[in-house]
Design a protein around this ligand. Structure first.
Ligand SMILES: Nc1nc2c(ncn2[C@@H]2O[C@H](COP(=O)(O)OP(=O)(O)OP(=O)(O)O)[C@@H](O)[C@H]2O)c(=O)[nH]1
Ligand SMILES: [Mg+2]
Length: 302
């Protein structure tokens, strides 16, 4: 199955919840004010975010009036275009800068999918021909180190770990030194789940961030914030806070397969204005896709 088909299949729940009302709307309707109100409502119910929904619908409505458009099909195309542009616009890049090695930090709230994402990324880069290394930076939660060890075995990449309770900065310090002497290309660092309200844990994250830069020039080269799509607006609000503590370079939106809230990608874009770099579309090691705005929107609406 191709990536786009897989994405469509995995986004089925979102398509059902979010797209069906829109499709009905586009059936055979005159495009009056009521039509546009319902369109806006469908987008908001699909978790797209009120600001975005209003802006998009206003834009489309203006254009429809100006150009005297009467085919619902055309409006649907305009909607796809608009949502794609929103997801594409803004600053930030998802390409991983070259470092020696390149260092990627994975962070986010508890249970968002960090460890799984770290393993999926290591797998991905390994298959692209890079020498990858995983770092067990979650020294806090019970069994976190064992969990990542299992993944490392499954994926077939090395893991640097210490005992539970050790200082994650020390783990990273060692891991990056090891990576340099082993000729590793890319280091993927898992971290413990945390809420922004836990000041000591946020301090720890900042320290970890600084330590990586002391060992490897320019590190971390990428800081990925993992956001669980199923938590909707709530996860979003928490994610927003992370950025105040550590500069996030991009987002990984996980569990889009298990939710009808795929539209949250747009709300995230609206609120955080950070690029969405990857989508988690399942629990398997291959269930991570680089985010492509048009494929995503077409998988939702197409
Ligand atoms: N369906 C689905 N499940 C996912 C995805 N990503 C992660 N999961 C599941 O979510 C659960 C939590 O994943 P973890 O990777 O352990 O999350 P974490 O953020 O490391 O959790 P903590 O370390 O406890 O903060 C696991 O059961 C994963 O299999 C995804 O994209 N889709
Ligand atoms: Mg974890």
């Amino acid at each position: 199955m191709g990536m786009v088909d897989k994405l469509k299949e995995r986004l089925q729940k979102s398509r059902d919840g979010f797209v069906k009302p829109i499709k009905q709307l586009f059936g055979s309707r005159t495009m009056d004010d009521e039509f546009f109100e319902e369109l806006e409502e469908s987008l908001i119910l699909g978790d797209v975010g009120a600001e975005t929904a209003t802006r998009v619908v206003e834009d489309i409505k203006d254009q429809v009036k100006r150009e005297k458009i009467s085919e619902p099909q055309k409006v649907q195309e305009m909607l796809v275009d608009q949502l794609t542009w929103i997801l594409e616009e803004g600053n930030g890049s998802c390409s991983l800068p070259q470092g020696s090695p390149s260092v990627v930090l994975i962070m986010g709230v508890n249970g968002s999918g960090k460890t799984t994402t770290a393993a999926k990324l290591a797998y991905r880069w390994k298959h692209e021909g890079s020498k990858a290394l995983l770092v067990a930076g979650d020294t806090f939660r019970d069994a976190a180190i064992e969990q990542l060890s299992l993944w490392a075995d499954r994926v077939g990449v090395d893991l640097i770990k210490q005992q539970q309770g050790s200082d994650p900065s020390a783990v990273f310090f060692d891991a990056l030194n090891a990576a340099q002497s082993r000729g590793v290309d890319v280091v993927v660092g898992d971290t413990a789940g945390r809420l922004h309200t836990r000041t000591n844990l946020m301090d720890e994250l900042q320290k970890l961030y600084r330590v990586t830069g002391k060992v490897v020039e320019g590190a971390p080269h990428q800081v990925l914030l993992v956001v669980d799509a199923t938590t909707g607006q709530n996860g979003l609000a928490q994610a927003e806070k992370f950025h105040h503590f550590v500069p996030v370079s991009g987002l990984v939106l996980t569990k889009v397969d298990g939710t009808a809230r795929g539209g949250i990608a747009l709300a995230i874009k609206e609120k955080l204005n950070l690029p969405i770099c990857y989508l988690g579309v399942g629990e398997g090691v291959e269930d991570l896709q680089p985010f492509d705005a048009r494929s995503f929107v077409e998988a939702l609406l197409g």
